[in-house]
Design a protein around this ligand. Structure first.
Ligand code: AMP
Ligand code: MG
Length: 602
């Protein structure tokens, strides 16, 4: 058995970066630039206005203000796309539109909003004159020539992957075509006597071929050009014919026929065409894999075509495609980053992995409370493509482990980043605010105890304006801090403490992400300035006014009746306050459907 890494290394050693081709820029999205692009022009080509307003001399606005307008004579107008015909002399201005070249003599633009133009128009005032209502600095609202791109500079470097913004930069430079690494043509062949085309009715013993479609779609998605060869039958003649058709491609991908089944003659045919190796890769799903190099019979650009023989099971073929074919295609395209984007997530289900292979579990990843959570999408059989359709990631359980338990951290390769795979559940948080001595801490204590009694997992947050000292002198953690470490984290089987030096207050989202998302409710004390829901504790003896404005508050806990529309809860009745929080925050957050937790997956 060989590792995933060994298999990939071997495959990549047979794959070359393809040659460049010149194409219209709009056809190059996602391709790798094969030339250095220099600017032959300056952008913008002339000094121009960044606003609709009046081009003038900054000197002429000295002392101008709302109540002390400086009046200038309007001597002309210039729109974007035309050139100014007049110059701005002392005491004059030219009406100018965004993007229009700055007239000779002008060194600033004052936008309409800072002039009396609107007043003047509505009051039938004198338009040849304009009142400037602010003092302008030289260069105000002026975009300088070459500010974006100076002439003769290297703007885009060879190797850059072209995104919409680079395509736009090329257009702004006046480049209609560009040199990019060519897209690989990937020939795709499904094999098996049981397969029939999507447009044919099912017959006994037959199934529709899906692999050709999945694989072709993946080839396109990652930048290749798929060439579907159709379905090869389990006979030497049929397979030979089909494979011959694929030999002018840059790569051949077959699916099926590489395991130990009686009819698996793909290997024999492949061996006829060139070198071929059959590997048992230490992964699940997708153990059997063939890789070889086919000789080209005649013509074509190159003498050799790398061949990847994926397993037939639809999920196995897709997962092996992601691990091996995708990097090969990216390498041919000239890309440097071949690994799939990966994140760390908390797995929400137990996953058992006892046979020592690297397990790729189909998961749906959502982000909640600042953390990624991965939940298994259902039965993991290698033929169950719908659990792949529900997944947006593959949790990677290493071969060295026996599996993971719900709550463990796992690496997840992201299949895509769309968050639509599952509704995002937000972690309920409420903050108790109030004047000093109002009894916030007592209420917090009572609420925490009440929610624990109700069976909830609670985290408490406290904001401490005046700093804090929590380390105990003499303890190891204290000694590390004394020695100058910027953070000390103490971990034990039953507690975790993190003491980190900061030079500013963290925002509440950041704090929540550090606290973690395994809680049912976070109750905070303070954090008055953050935008989380707040309940204010109000005490008659501390005065009539409230600390927070009414629109910030979800409720008031008070010992007197107040004249306000905000819900009021009696001070001293913790059960009523807890009921309010439970109904409005904890249970509301749960109305979003989520997959049941704690499923066991093999
Ligand atoms: P094989 O690797 O040829 O033994 O195939 C393994 C399993 O995958 C069998 O159940 C096949 O029917 C199935 N299979 C193979 N090729 C395809 C395909 N193109 N589309 C859907 N299922 C396939
Ligand atoms: Mg087969």
């Amino acid at each position: 058995m060989i590792s995933v890494e060994e298999a990939l290394k071997k495959i990549l050693s047979y794959v070359e970066v393809l040659e460049p081709e010149r194409k219209p820029i709009l056809d190059c999205l996602g391709q790798v630039l094969a030339e250095d692009v220099y600017s032959t022009i300056a952008i913008p080509p002339l000094d121009n206005s960044a606003m609709d307003g009046y081009a003038l001399r900054a000197e002429d606005t000295r002392g101008a203000g709302e109540s002390s307008p400086r009046y200038l004579a309007v001597v002309g107008e210039v729109a974007a796309g035309s050139m100014p015909t007049k110059e701005v002399r002392p005491g004059t201005a030219i009406r100018i539109m965004t993007g229009a070249p700055l007239p000779e003599g002008a060194n600033a633009v004052v936008q309409f909003e800072n002039t009396d133009e609107v007043n003047r128009k509505s009051s039938g005032g004198d338009l040849p004159q304009i009142g400037i209502l602010c003092q302008a600095k030289k260069g105000l609202n002026v975009r300088g020539r070459g500010e974006d791109i100076a002439r003769g500079n290297l703007i885009l470097k060879k190797g850059k992957v072209l995104r919409p913004q680079e395509i736009g930069v090329l257009a702004s430079l006046g480049r209609s075509t560009v040199l990019v690494i060519r897209r690989p043509i990937v020939a795709i062949l499904a094999t098996g006597d049981e397969l029939i085309g999507v447009d044919q009715p099912l017959a006994p013993g037959k199934i529709h071929d899906s692999n050709n479609y999945t694989i072709a779609a993946e080839v396109s998605r990652y930048g290749g050009i798929p060439k579907i060869l159709g379905i090869g039958r389990d006979s030497v003649q049929s397979l030979t014919e089909k494979i011959d058709e694929g030999l002018d491609a840059d790569m051949l991908i077959t699916s099926g026929g590489v395991s130990k089944g009686d009819y698996d003659i793909v290997k024999d045919v492949l061996a006829e065409h060139g070198e071929v190796g059959f590997w048992t890769v230490c992964m699940k799903p997708g153990k059997p894999l063939a890789f070889g190099v086919m000789k080209k019979v005649e013509g074509g650009r190159k003498g050799k075509v790398p061949h990847l023989g994926l397993p037939g099971n639809p999920v196995s073929s897709m997962i092996t495609f992601e691990q091996f074919a995708r990097p090969a295609i990216l390498k041919m395209l000239g890309k440097k980053i071949l690994a799939k984007p990966a994140i760390r997530a908390i797995i929400e289900d137990d996953v058992v992995d006892t046979d020592g292979r690297r397990l790729f579990a189909r998961v749906s990843v959502t982000r909640r409370g600042g953390q990624y959570r991965a939940s298994v999408t259902g039965p993991q059989g290698s033929g169950i493509l719908t659990s792949m359709a529900r997944a947006n990631g593959l949790a990677v359980i290493p071969e060295s482990s026996k599996g993971v338990k719900a709550g463990d951290m796992v690496d997840v390769q992201m299949l895509d980043w769309e968050e639509e795979q599952g509704e995002v559940k937000t972690l309920p948080i409420v903050s108790i605010v109030g004047k000093s001595q109002s009894g916030k801490t007592v209420l917090m204590e009572q609420l925490i105890a009440e929610f624990k009694k109700r069976g909830y997992k609670v985290a408490a947050l406290k904001h401490s304006h005046g700093g804090m000292e929590i380390d105990r002198p003499g303890k190891d953690s204290w000694r590390f801090a004394q020695a100058g470490s910027d953070a000390v984290c103490v971990s034990s089987p039953d507690k975790l403490a993190l003491i980190k030096n900061l030079n500013h207050d963290l925002n509440i989202e950041k704090i929540m992400s550090i606290v973690g998302s395994e809680f049912d409710l976070i109750i905070a004390e303070g954090f008055r300035k953050s935008k989380i829901p707040k309940i204010e504790v109000h005490r008659k003896e501390l005065g009539d006014d409230l600390l927070c404005s009414p629109e910030e508050l979800s409720a008031i806990v008070t010992d007197e009746s107040l004249d306000t529309a905000i819900p009021q809860l009696p001070w001293g009745d913790t059960v009523a306050v807890a009921d309010f929080i439970e109904k409005n925050f904890v249970l509301k957050a749960r109305t979003v459907p989520s997959t049941p937790r704690g499923k066991k997956v093999k």
